[in-house]
Design a protein around this ligand. Structure first.
Ligand SMILES: NC(=O)c1ccc[n+]([C@@H]2O[C@H](COP(=O)([O-])OP(=O)(O)OC[C@H]3O[C@@H](n4cnc5c(N)ncnc54)[C@H](OP(=O)(O)O)[C@@H]3O)[C@@H](O)[C@H]2O)c1
Length: 241
């Protein structure tokens, strides 16, 4: 396993906040030249200012296939792709699911990811990797989230399939439990704090995830050379109880 990322170029799609921002920070600390991309110019600007050093940023709406292709064409050769881009979870039981909205929930988490991998792959250098993101609801759903659970389970199959198709590039996925990030900002502060506290009480580790500890898993999957097709769960034991 390499000990640092000196001389490596790392692209983090969704790197302007939450888990992606922490992956960007840790990769930069290990010497990588990091490129952060997401749809909000202001968030990208803030992330680049915060990370400093050799980090650069690009405003990129991953729902725009032409823009994705142009982004990678302009970028040229690089070493590691990380995909953490996501919108809010589509939480609804089947009876109350609006099927058009449910289809839309696959846009950023499946179709945009597929496009990013397709257009990135020709530019990934030998020894490179792709690390994607899912969540534990794919393996251990709770009631009322069939769309969320479907997307999460799909990601694990896609990871295994792409690991075969794109070999010898390595393709892996990280599956976090609940992590304290802006993804939960659609809840009121009071509800969110209550949810985090209740979750922490339920899980064996007695805490929810922080973006910092989940980000370490992406760094591990980037830097070791022999793991591919794997989904690594980082959930404080939530999927055991
Ligand atoms: N937080 C958790 O508890 C948790 C648990 C399990 C799994 N996960 C998964 O982990 C991943 C990262 O989540 P997070 O918690 O870090 O969320 P987050 O803080 O909300 O970050 C999401 C990122 O996606 C970007 N994004 C959204 N729409 C985009 C678009 N159209 N084009 C480009 N970028 C876009 C956002 O930036 P812009 O707004 O600038 O576009 C942001 O940088 C997601 O797949 C999430 O489902 C999270």
């Amino acid at each position: 396993m390499s000990k640092d990322l000196k001389g490596k170029k790392v692209v983090v799609l969704g790197g302007s906040s939450g888990i992606g921002l922490e992956v960007s920070r840790q990769a930069a600390e290990l010497g990588a030249e990091v490129v952060v991309a997401s749809s909000s110019a202001e968030k990208v600007r803030k992330a680049v200012a915060e990370l400093g050093g050799k980090t650069t940023g690009t405003t990129l709406d991953l729902k725009d296939e032409t823009a994705i292709a142009a982004f990678f064409e302009k970028l040229g050769a690089f070493d590691h792709l990380v995909y953490t881009a996501a919108d809010s979870l589509h939480v609804s039981d089947l009876a109350s699911t609006d099927l058009k909205a449910a289809r839309n929930a696959f846009e950023l988490r499946f179709w945009s990811l597929l496009a990013a991998v397709k257009y990135a792959t020709p530019h990934l250098r030998e020894g490179g990797s792709i690390t994607m993101t899912t969540g534990i609801y794919g393996r251990r759903p709770v009631k009322g989230i069939p769309i969320v659970a479907s997307i999460a389970a799909m990601m694990e199959g896609l990871t295994r399939s792409l690991a075969l198709d794109l070999a010898p590039l390595r393709v892996n996925c990280v599956s976090p439990g609940v992590v304290r990030t802006g993804l939960w900002n659609t809840m009121s502060e009071k509800d969110r704090d209550g949810f985090f506290e209740a979750t922490a009480k339920q899980v064996p580790a007695g805490r929810i995830g922080e973006a910092e500890d989940v980000a370490q898993t992406y760094l591990y999957l980037m830097m070791q050379a022999n793991s591919t097709g794997q989904t690594v769960v980082v959930d404080g034991g939530a999927s055991l109880v």
